[in-house]
Design a protein. Sequence first.
Length: 398
Amino acid sequence: MRHTVLHIIVLSVCGLFDSTAQITFQKVVESGEYLTGNSIALTFDGGYILTGNVWSNDGESSNVSLTKIDKQGNVIWSKKYGGEKRDLGLKVTQTSDSGYAIAGSTDSFSMYGDLYLVKTDSEGNEQWSKTFGSLGDDVGNSGISTSDGGFALIGAIDKSTAGRSRDIFLVKADSSGNTQWVKEFGTTEYEQGEYIQQTFDEGFIIGGFADSKNPKQRNIVLIKTDRLGNKMWTRLYKGEGVRILTKVIQLKDSGYAICGDIHDKNKVPPRSDALVIRTDSLGSVIWEKYFGINDNVDCNSIVQDTEGNLVITGKIGTYRDRKSFFVYLMSISLEGDQLWVNTYGGDDFNASSDLQQCPDGGFIIVGETKSSGDLRTKALVIKTDESGACKKFEVNTD
């Protein structure tokens, strides 16, 4: 039995409102291949940079993609990186030299998986790439540019030789991608780091999960470190069902907000609800809320807006009809109350992966869609105004 209130989402379709006060759009990033969008960042010129994956037709291999778009959502250029196997671009940041850093995962450069970091110039030309990991099967999930000009990557390291599956793995690299130090965190059978952010004290907050012995239960873990990766504290957020963390951010009051979803595998078909947890600066829970109405509501990204509220995005739909999935954007007060919500996308499957607030107060969302008129999955980019309103869905033919 869950001990928090389930908020019922009343959804409005953004496509019914044509906003003209700000630049807004819903556009498909056209490609002759299968292209998914995983992360988006604002760029110094007022546009956007997005990373994701370009998939082979059989879905067995992929390259990292990097796409520059202008403030109107038009593609300026697109690049690919990686080898012959499965390479994933999961997080992108713009670096101080106006280039870009992509963190992800790769299977192409060793017998097993590794964490992957690609550095490019301002035009997307690769300057260098690095892999990090053990001799086992490791996973990279996210990364950031750090205040000292270097990088920090988070994922999981193979611990099968130690009698466990994986531990959380933190890598700190300098501005050239050379390893400065690594840290491992883990006590259970399987722990994995999903997201990392540098905190106000120049340390790091790491979000991930820890498996329990019950296959129908998974717990969220939060780890705070100092600037050298030494653990300061750990918090475990337990509950019924499989809990998945997708992002953690530090708030203006030095506390944290966690987003993700909770899956109930006892339901047929399985049910999931969006999950948001607000904590204080030491990770103690202030409140925990679930948001759901259909079979499936997940939550993949969260930001704190300029007014101090939390804004989340994910997808909502039903397992009974894959075409019924839409992207949503929801504003939540710091007390956990829903303020507004909108939905987006075309007439087929739509999902979101990442979210940022723009200088004009609106929001930029990246994800994927099958609403482009052919069978290929394409990257979807949505720009809204400050209330989540935007223009109708369209296919970008530039």
